[in-house]
Design a protein. Sequence first.
Length: 266
Amino acid sequence: MHETERHRIILSAVQERPIVTVSELVSLTGTSEATIRRDIATLHAAKRLRRVRGGAEALTPPPLPGLAGRTFAVNQAINSDQKQAIAREAVALCDDGEAIIINGGTTTFQMVHPLANRRLQVLTNSFPIAEHLLKNSKNTVMLPGGALYREQNIILSPFASDMTRHYYAKRMFMGAHALGPIGLMEADPLLIQAEEKLIDQADELVVLVDSSKFDNRSSLVLCPLERIDIVITDEGISDRTASMLEAAEIRLIVAQTGRVRDAGAG
C-alpha cells in the first residue's frame, strides 16, 4: 500500500474514535508496526494528528465519545470463517414470519447472507445489517432511534424509553466481548445500557460467539448465564467450556465447516 493511502486510512481511523492503537492500524493497512510508527511520526510532525503512547489520536476529538473495543472494520477480518458458519446456524433457527432482534456486531452481521432468502421482521441497531437487508432481501427491517457510533456502526439511544419498548421478538441474536462463568460481558457501559433494553424484548437469547471469546474477560457483566438460552460457537470450544454451558442448562450448537454438532441442553 502506498504511503499516501496509508496516511488517508490512519487519518480516517483517528477521526472515528479518541485513540487508535498501532496494532489496529497494522490490521487496517496490512503493513508492519515499524511502518505505522513512521507514518504516525510523519503525520504528527505535519500536525495532522497527535502521537500518543501505543498509537495516535485526532487533534480535534470526534463529536461523540468512542466506544471501548476494536472497530467494526478490524473485527470483521478476525475469525471470519467461524463467524460465517455460526451465522448460518443462527438463521437456521428462524422460521419465516417470525419477529427477531439482531444486535450489532461482526458475527451477527454474517447473518445477512443466509437471511437473503428469508422473510422475517428484523429489529436491529446495526446500520450495516439494516442497509444490507434492505438492499438484498425482502425482510421487514426496523431501526431504533439514536446516535450512530461510527466505529462499531451501531445506533445507540440515550433515552430509557424508545421504540424498542414497543417491539416483541421471539429471539434476540447477539455477539459479545466475552462469555465466561459469570455470564455475558461487554467492554463499554453504553453497550450494556442499549443491550439490556433489547434483551428484555425477546423470549429467547441466542449468543453468537467464536471460541476465542471464551478466553476474553471484562469488568462489565451484561447478564448471567441463566438468561442465555442458546450459544452458537465453533469447534474450537474446549470441553471445559462446553461443560460450563451444559451445567447452566444452555443449549450449545457447535458450527463446523459443512456440518453442525448440536450438544443439546444440559
